[in-house]
Design a protein around this ligand. Structure first.
Ligand SMILES: *Cc1c(COP(=O)(O)O)cnc(C)c1O
Length: 385
């Protein structure tokens, strides 16, 4: 059975761009230039301007953006990298793949982002980088993070995979640290037709290091000063992203309108006491890659929504410190209580830009029927979606 309201439907975004995208794809195919070339160069220049950074380097994925950034900072065995215990796996996975040790920190329960006070406590002589994540599309609290980084002389790598276009005090994320790392995984606000990513930096020497590392550390051809990898961005993905990027702002605005409408609908339905809704702290522009609510009865709410055909997802059910693959870090349940509570209580609802008012009402009514079954049953006729 296809859901009544999908968590994400990419078709209505694709339809109006279909002809333009197919024309671009055939242009790249006719050129027979599939690796690097003008499409990648063009995308890099356009995204650097969009994000207000000096350098943007296309790479093969958001995961590889994180990995190559850490490699460019010479992070390796014996080093520690401080990050949030609550994120997508790639954040911690990239650290471990360099040979370094992730030093995990709990989250702030309101923003779901890394707790800056926890970073201060986690810094040691071995700390080689601080890796905050702008989770769900909301910037981490950058001022205290950057203060601690400059006090300790430690570079910051921003995991902005979910947060392209999010701002902190008027500036786009990805431009605060030594590096910003973006993903164009299809479900991100700017999605490719496959895997793709981006590294941003304002430092020309670091930009050059990433460019060399993304192509096997090769410079000039077949002379290798560094051991890099194949972290290159395909010309086809770059060309498709160039068609889509000019629409990003409008798509993000549509998500923000939908988020505001959810808040009104939940309030009108009297559900404020039953759920915790996402917030947008002053000075931060949330891009709502995810609209995440909290419920004390999350698992049963999820079952109810699944049965009602309402798309939903848990991001993320297990924090890093409780993942089997990180058992050697030696953590136990209770070490990071806020992340553990978020893992038990959070649920993402459909938020894509083309979501209709009727669909949003269906989501809210389904949640109302779960949270307040009596009120939902006595809802006046005509009030339903
Ligand atoms: C999506 C994502 C990544 C990885 O990006 P890919 O392009 O899928 O490799 C990294 N970190 C976070 C927080 C993400 O959401």
């Amino acid at each position: 059975m296809s859901p009544r309201v999908p968590l994400l439907d990419l078709t209505p975004q694709y339809e109006p761009l279909r002809d333009e995208i197919l024309a671009t794809v055939s242009r790249v195919c006719d050129s027979q230039r599939y690796i690097g070339g003008p499409e990648v160069d063009g995308l890099e220049a356009e995204l650097a301007a969009l994000l207000g950074v000096r350098h943007a380097i296309g790479v093969s994925s958001g995961t590889d953006a994180l990995l190559v950034s850490l490699m460019a900072l010479n992070v390796g065995p014996g080093d520690e990298v401080i990050t949030s215990t609550y994120s997508f796996f790639a954040t911690a996975g990239a650290i471990v793949r360099t040979g370094a040790t992730p030093v995990l920190v709990d989250i702030d329960p309101v923003s779901y982002n890394i707790d800056p006070a926890g970073i201060v406590r986690a810094v040691t002589a071995r700390t080689k980088a601080i890796l905050p994540v702008h989770l769900y599309g909301l910037s981490a609290d950058m001022d205290p993070i950057l203060d601690e980084a400059s006090r300790s002389g430690i570079p910051v790598v921003e995991d902005a995979a979910q947060a392209i276009g999010a701002t902190y005090k008027g500036r786009a994320v990805g431009g605060f640290g030594a590096f910003g790392c973006f993903s164009f995984f299809p479900s991100k606000n700017l999605g490719a037709f496959g895997d793709a990513g981006l590294v941003t930096t304002n430092d020309p020497a670091l930009a050059q290091r990433v460019r060399v590392l993304r192509d096997h550390g090769m410079q000039p051809k077949y002379y290798h000063q560094l051991v890099g990898g194949n972290f290159r961005l395909d010309a086809l993905q770059a060309a498709i992203l160039r068609v889509k990027a000019p629409h990003l702002h409008a798509w993000t605005e549509a998500r923000r309108v939908n988020a505001g409408r959810y808040v009104r609908l939940f309030r009108d339905a009297g559900l404020e006491g039953h759920l915790t809704l996402p917030t947008e702290p002053a000075g931060r522009r949330h891009i709502f890659n995810q609209f995440v609510i909290r419920s004390h009865d999350r698992d049963r709410l999820k079952q109810h929504l699944d049965a009602q055909g309402i798309g939903n997802e848990i991001y993320y059910p297990v924090p890093f410190h409780l993942q089997a693959c990180f058992a050697s870090l030696g953590h136990r349940p209770g070490d990071f209580p806020e992340a553990e509570r978020a893992a038990r209580e959070t649920l993402a609802l459909p938020i894509f830009g083309e979501l209709t008012v009727d669909q949003q009402q269906a989501v809210v009514h389904a949640i109302a029927a779960f949270a307040r079954p009596d009120a939902a049953a006595s809802r006046p006729a005509g009030a339903s979606a």
